[in-house]
Unconditional design. Structure first.
Length: 111
């Protein structure tokens, strides 16, 4: 393979992007939820950083690992960014999408 053009080379040159790490975690009922953390540019393990939680609209929508300039802008300014695909997101099958059917924005529990 031979690269013919790099349309972003002039924009990215001399900049440090935040590393993106995929995570999976269980919701309180055990359902596995996928998400990603964008680490601040020049991340240092052990150092504390402020975090921005980004929630997509919908509920029928889907985040992925693709480049997002907004998330990278937060990372460039020293923030960690957490974004997830909560129950109701597309891309995980109809049962996952229907997980909040008739109970948006979430399941209601009574005590």
């Amino acid at each position: 393979m031979k690269k013919l053009v790099d349309v972003n080379d002039d924009i990215i040159a001399g900049r440090t992007l935040g590393a993106v790490e995929e995570i999976w975690y269980p919701s309180k009922d055990g359902l596995k939820i996928q998400g990603w953390i964008v680490k601040p540019a020049n991340f240092q393990a052990g150092k504390k950083y402020p975090m921005v939680l980004v929630i997509h609209g919908g509920p029928w929508s889907l985040y992925d690992v693709g480049f997002n300039w907004s998330f990278q802008n937060f990372a460039a300014n020293g923030y960690a960014v957490l974004y997830t695909n909560p129950r109701g997101s597309t891309g995980y099958g109809q049962e996952f999408v229907n997980g909040i059917q008739f109970s948006y924005p979430g399941r209601i529990t009574t005590t």
